[in-house]
Ligand binder design. Structure first.
Ligand code: ATP
Ligand code: MG
Length: 224
């Protein structure tokens, strides 16, 4: 389903070139859960940005269901990202001016689903993450754990093929992280989405199908 092939990516910094990815390759089947580890600055977020086509590689390819998304021009890259990718971030990235339900519904509206269908699907997804009854709450009335639940609902409501999570428990206390991890994994598995989850959390990595470590610009298999 997902093929990451020989990705190279460098950034220019004050006249110098800093190579971040130097031949990163990996593949994941539909519904597979891959944990990605690596020290700070090793390029984990850079890799996710290439998979989601927010950024383009200097060389190499990202293929999703056979389509080379890394070679798409704009606005096709944006359409791919909207329709086929869901994101969960460390700092939730919810829209503070929208209430809980509206944050989830927005993803459907961006994909052309509106009206009662969008309302019902959003309500059902909010309930699946345990937030039934909180639909009208403002984002800042939700706790950190509740905000991350809502972010998970937003990430999955449009049934993306790919779920990308960048340190999704990095800003949560340990007890909350222990509830959020199984929620992400079980909802991704139920949806049949391929999950790439960047984490420093060994317990989280241990629950993935495989763990890959980003080291010297490449993805290396790591014992679970
Ligand atoms: N847009 C950019 N412009 C210049 N340099 C960048 C850019 N994005 C990332 N980098 C550099 O690329 C390297 C990898 O960054 P990246 O954010 O991918 O690391 P990371 O593994 O996600 O780290 P962390 O665990 O701290 O989140 C860093 O040295 C960073 O400064
Ligand atoms: Mg990062």
């Amino acid at each position: 389903m997902l093929e990451i092939q020989d990705l190279h990516k460098s950034f220019r910094e004050g006249g110098r070139t800093h190579a971040v990815l130097e031949g990163a390759s990996a593949a994941a089947a539909a519904g597979e859960v891959l944990a990605i580890t690596g020290r700070s600055g090793s390029g984990k977020s850079t890799l996710l940005n290439l998979v989601s086509a927010i950024d383009t590689p200097d060389a190499g390819a990202v293929r999703v269901a056979g389509a080379e998304v890394s070679a798409l021009p704009e606005p096709a890259r944006t359409l791919y990202r909207r329709a086929q990718v869901g994101f969960v971030y460390q700092f939730f990235n919810l829209i503070p001016t929208l209430n809980a339900l509206e944050n989830v519904r927005l993803m459907l509206e961006l994909n052309g689903v509106g009206g009662a269908a969008a309302r019902e699907r959003s309500r059902a997804m909010v309930a699946r993450v345990g937030l039934a009854g909180r639909e009208s709450s403002a984002v800042d009335q939700l706790s950190g754990g509740e905000q991350q639940r809502l972010a998970i609902a937003r990430a999955l409501v449009h049934a993306p093929r790919l779920l990308l999570a960048d340190e999704p428990t990095g800003n949560l206390d340990e007890a909350t992280a222990r509830e959020i991890v199984p929620l992400i994994l079980s909802l991704a598995r139920d949806a049949g989405a391929t999950l790439l989850i960047v984490t420093h959390d060994a317990a989280l990595a241990a629950r993935a199908d495989r763990t890959l470590e980003l080291r010297a610009g490449r993805l290396e298999p790591r014992a679970p």
